[in-house]
Design a binder for this molecule. Sequence first.
Ligand SMILES: [Zn+2]
Length: 285
Amino acid sequence: MRWLVILVACGALAQTFEQTPKDIKQGETLKVTASTNVQSARMNGITIRLFAQDGGGWLGLMPVPVLTKPGDYSLAYLDEKDAVVHSTIIHVADARYLKQNITIAPAIASLAPSPGEQQTVGNFRKEVSETRYWKEPLTPPVPGCLTSPFGAMRLQNGKPTGDFHAGVDQRGAAGTPIHPITAGVVKLVKKYNLRGGTVAIDHGQGMESIYLHMSAFAAKEGQKVTPEDVIGYIGSTGRSTGPHVHWTLYVHGEAVNPGQWMSLQNCPAAKAAPVKRKASTAKGM
Ligand SMILES: [Zn+2]
């Protein structure tokens, strides 16, 4: 009986709080874990929920927005009354994202969103659902290389726009099948003026993804999908001038770098002629 008491006491003392990776950069995702029930975590004004995991412990995904100033930030673990149960300092490093000049043809630049397009996608980004469908490793939706990487600060005619590329553009022939990056539930299947053929997926517990410019769909709203499924096909619909898939990984509504979760290679041509390539995409897409 005495041993049992000692074991229980040790268990209480061994309450652990961890964050990975140790070297986090702008635009990345911090995995925040706790061995005991912790309601949420807050850093730099962003509060996220932690969820009980099947394998034990609690996990939350803390996005570090691209525009976060490099430096030290306090990460606080909070109980259900918002009281701090643990805190630690997280150093956010400069990701040194590229700067890219973009030229957009007037006919493409003047496209207006469909009625409700911005609102509907905005609402999708705000959703956080209980069930975890995502699992690692996440996998690229198509095999093609990147014609535009994540996080590139956009300049127009040499002037900063304050915008960055909130996703990646992957090359692929028109009609190439697009797969979800991990399992989830399809939330949106829509044809939009700006985004073109769009499929948005909720992967659960704060992770979501969206795929744009599709020529055709192969998924329905409400459908559960896995990476083996096809959700649509590469096209050039919406604000796009050539076949590619623009896709974004969202963590609690923030666009984060998918390169942290999977291997994505830049196209050699993108480096040789970055300005020219930008003609096929537009800000935020
Ligand atoms: Zn894009």
